[in-house]
Design a protein around this ligand. Structure first.
Ligand SMILES: Nc1ncnc2c1ncn2[C@@H]1O[C@H](COP(=O)(O)OP(=O)(O)OP(=O)(O)O)[C@@H](O)[C@H]1O
Ligand SMILES: [Mg+2]
Length: 254
């Protein structure tokens, strides 16, 4: 069976894409799934969050996308069980430009992944904060999208645009693509605004909204500086446990 591919996408910056991608991947791996994480952001936060030094890398997603390295050459076995990584660093910033001239430029990630898809149960792609060609590549390679979102005033505006992009990719390149869920991150139920925005999201996207919300948690922000998913850094933290619940919910939707 080929891996189920999940893209974590939202063009808004700092909404919790990377934190969600790493921690849901780690939770799934702890439940016995073989997981491959793809860092598809030039910021390389997933890479450093797993304790990998971004500067010393020879085979990253950049070399993979432009076709000079195979997935097998790019895969790093991390120190966490059942959790592999294709890393990224700032070189990926140039890929956008180089991909422009390639045939089927939207399918580079899908083609890169194809030879290793059978070796995993899940592939999780951390997207950059843009609706660029890198995100389009992730959406073309994916079976499902998870949309991490913060309950802020402008959150819904960005969501409409993202939904339009997802619809376009679905129509043009990837008819099977589904929205697996909207995941509310950094939620604070004591803030009126957060509660109001959540109500608004429920009004329009009730069927997509995951029943689990991720609370604000300092441990979730500390874990990457220790190069670990929160599950290893502080397994009993409420943020960690919320991610485990979110992972279970997503696995149930696949
Ligand atoms: N539940 C949480 N509680 C507290 N802080 C959080 C939580 N989730 C994420 N953060 C922090 O918020 C910041 C943004 O999170 P993250 O990097 O995951 O977002 P992102 O969407 O990947 O950002 P970018 O768009 O830059 O890639 C980080 O400093 C992260 O540690
Ligand atoms: Mg990120």
């Amino acid at each position: 069976m080929s891996a189920y591919v999940i893209a974590f996408a939202n063009q808004k910056g700092g909404v919790g894409k990377t934190t969600s991608c790493i921690n849901i991947a780690a939770a799934c791996a702890s439940m016995g799934k073989r997981v491959l994480l793809i860092d598809s952001d030039p910021q390389g936060n997933t890479t450093s969050g797993l304790g990998i030094n971004k500067k010393s890398l020879k085979s990253t997603i950049y070399e993979g996308l432009i076709g000079i390295k195979t997935a097998e050459e790019c895969i790093i076995h991390t120190s966490f069980q059942d959790l592999d990584l294709v890393a990224s660093n700032i070189h990926l910033a140039g890929a956008e430009f180089e991909l422009m001239d390639m045939e089927h430029r939207e399918a580079c990630l899908k083609n890169f992944l194809a030879p290793v898809a059978d070796a995993y149960d899940l592939v999780m792609i951390d997207c950059p904060p843009s609706l660029s060609l890198l995100t389009v590549n992730a959406l073309c390679a994916a079976n499902g999208v998870v949309i991490p979102m913060q309950c802020e005033y402008y959150a819904l505006e960005g969501l409409t645009q993202l939904m339009m992009t997802i619809r376009k990719v679905k129509q043009t390149y990837n008819p099977g693509l589904v929205i697996l869920g909207i995941l509310i991150t950094m939620y604070n139920a004591r803030l009126n605004l957060s509660v109001q925005v959540l109500d608004e999201i429920k009004k329009y996207y009730a069927d997509k909204l995951l029943p689990v919300t991720i609370p604000r948690s300092v441990k979730l922000t500390e874990a990457p500086s220790h190069g670990e998913p929160a599950l290893y850094y502080d397994p009993y933290n409420k943020g960690t446990q919320a991610y485990t619940e979110a992972a279970k919910e997503l696995l149930g939707r696949i």
